[in-house]
Design a protein around this ligand. Sequence first.
Ligand code: UDP
Length: 250
Amino acid sequence: MLPQAPTVDLLGLRVSRVTRSETMVFLHRFISSKQPHLVVTADATALVLAARDSEFLRIANQAALCTPDGTGLLWASRHLGCPLQERVSGVDLAEQLCADSAKSGFGIYFYGAQPGVAAAAADAMRRRYPGAWIVGVSHGYQATAEEEEAVVRDIQAKNPEVLLVAKGLPRQEKWIVQRMPELNVPLSMGVGGSFDVFSGRVNRAPAWMQRCGLEWFYRLVQDPSKTAKVAALPEFVVRVLRRERMNSEG
Ligand code: UDP
């Protein structure tokens, strides 16, 4: 049994109290364990989603790690009296895994995003980290159950140590949990829009905007279809402040 990371409770979601480097140590342990592990990277919309979707809440709370993927979570953790140290984002972890794969030789499979994007993301990572061992890619828009079975069979055939699933939250986590027993991949992680970023299809917000918690604004300007996600942010702020008031009233 591996040691567990400490967690903090944010509106019912158990978020791991880990730094980025501690998270990487956990990820490498999961890979070596050869047992299946799910890692969730939760942002502010994940917290709102967890309050509305009990299946997602259960999955996230049973995950091997649930990292704080957003300055919104750090803000919430301070208001709720259980401060988290730093942001641990899915896109950063995915990139670090590619870099480490070039050194350690473990295999990574990219599943998700629009046709062509996962392949372009894999090419970009191989160029950036020569030797990165990306063993297979599939896009995330299967129209039939047969097409989805073909993806599962391809993952089984490529036998990766790491499966990165970029289908958006909570679809990716539900897919991983449903398929985990037959895939038997040691480390599976939902990584949202990471392949869009790696492939250059979408730019990441400048570092100063990320630090100020304005990444959502940058993403909205680039892709107005994100309006529904951003619309969850006021609810997130209200829920956190309401809980803070309840806590202070005892
Ligand atoms: N996506 C997918 N299959 C679907 C729906 C979405 O592969 O059926 C992909 C989409 O193309 C995008 C990613 O999932 O690359 C979602 O990115 P987003 O930034 O919205 O992720 P989130 O912030 O929801 O985790």
